[in-house]
Design a protein around this ligand. Structure first.
Ligand SMILES: [Zn+2]
Ligand SMILES: [Zn+2]
Length: 367
């Protein structure tokens, strides 16, 4: 039901009024969700490197004021009328048991980068919802989750099993809706076999999740990063070995083992990515999940041919992909390593991410 009777009249959020303006704490009126929207009481929202495009106004067509945030975990606070009707129809048709509707008041949900899809464009007709030509982006094309409440389109919503909270808290689950599903899907859709050697390049916000997913899916994970500070973390998350690329030749070590069938690039530095490519085995796949802004990755044409190599990019997934990622994470005990901040500390937490000073994931939490 869409009644807001039991909810507060206003909610607090972080808002920005224009490009490069300061982040401000605002008190805003709480409104009924639209017919096909769900109102979510936010419990945690992660900060993603891509939030930079909201701050700087570099995302095409971005409108202000805007509330950022697309790594959301919370609970359903109100359902739009269209969703109530749709779920009743599902029950009437016997598609779900009465009382077992997918989204119920109080239910645990997530929201990621994909803010819904149209269902009718050429991408959607191919089942490629994430590349919907009319797709929305949470915290970009509509207000996001660095707020006590957020209204999101029904098909952007991720249903999360309650048992996810047995092993993780809200904050530890939040980044799985963007960083988590990005690496989960990047691995799941790459070509490899259980036991194959997988290099995870970079052990940061994405890399520490990639190590866990790759190891739990059955790959043999070699974590590669500069310096020794991430060694213990990488090994504790499931890496078989850690290579300090500043102290030894990572490519030579990987090639001595026959090369990597899968290289996941998670650190956003074009030179570093270019440098690890020769560690690839014949018929191997390089999947880039990071967004390098410091130049172009260089790939040799003849090297590609002779290796029959696949070099590809990947980003996020749609809500159904996130549901798979969250279910898998719950089953095998994957969670994000986070630092928690209050809403009022958003600017500080954001700057730490952009200055590469956040250890892994910074997450805003709501009491
Ligand atoms: Zn993100
Ligand atoms: Zn579409």
């Amino acid at each position: 039901m869409a009644s807001l009777d039991n909810l507060p009249k206003t909610f607090k959020a972080i808002s920005i009024s224009g490009p490069n303006q300061p982040w401000e704490v605002k008190e805003l009126p709480l409104q009924q969700p639209g017919s096909n929207q769900v109102l979510v009481r936010v419990h945690a929202c992660g900060i993603c490197a891509s939030d930079r495009w909201v701050k700087e106004g570099t995302w095409p067509g971005l409108q202000y004021p805007r509330i950022p945030g697309h790594e959301i975990v919370g609970r359903v606070a109100a359902l739009g009328e269209g969703i109530v009707a749709m779920q009743k129809d599902d029950e009437a048709r016997g598609l779900v048991q009465t009382g077992n509707a997918r989204f119920q008041l109080g239910g645990l949900v997530g929201v990621g980068w994909n803010g819904g899809y149209c269902g009718s464009c050429v991408s959607c007709r191919d089942g490629e919802y994430w590349t919907c030509l009319k797709g929305d982006v949470t915290g970009f094309t509509f207000d996001g989750g660095v707020a006590e409440y957020v209204a999101v389109p029904y098909n952007a919503l991720v249903s999360i099993p309650e048992s996810a909270l047995d092993n993780a808290d809200y904050a530890e689950l939040a980044p799985l809706n963007c960083g988590g599903v990005s690496v989960y899907d990047a691995i799941r859709t790459s070509k490899w076999k259980p036991g194959d050697l997988c290099v995870v390049q970079g052990i940061g916000g994405l890399g520490h999740l990639a190590v866990q997913y790759a190891a739990k899916m059955g790959l043999t994970v070699y974590a590669v990063s500069s310096g020794s500070s991430k060694r213990d973390l990488a090994l504790s998350l499931g890496a078989k070995e850690y290579i300090d690329s500043s102290a030894s030749d990572a490519v030579a070590q990987i090639q001595a083992l026959g090369g990597a069938k899968l290289i996941l690039c998670t650190a956003p530095y074009a030179k570093v990515i270019t440098g690890i490519l020769p560690a690839l085995a014949k018929n191997g796949t390089v999947t880039m999940v990071s967004a390098a802004m410091d130049g172009e990755v260089q790939v040799g044409n003849v090297w590609l041919n002779m290796h029959r190599a696949c070099v590809r990019g990947w980003c996020c997934g749609a809500s159904a992909d996130s549901e798979q990622a969250l279910r898998f994470s719950t089953n095998v005990g994957i969670k994000s390593v986070v630092a928690k901040f209050a809403l009022e500390e958003y600017a500080k937490a954001y700057e730490a991410v952009m200055d590469n000073k956040a250890r892994l994931r910074n997450v805003i939490v709501f009491p």
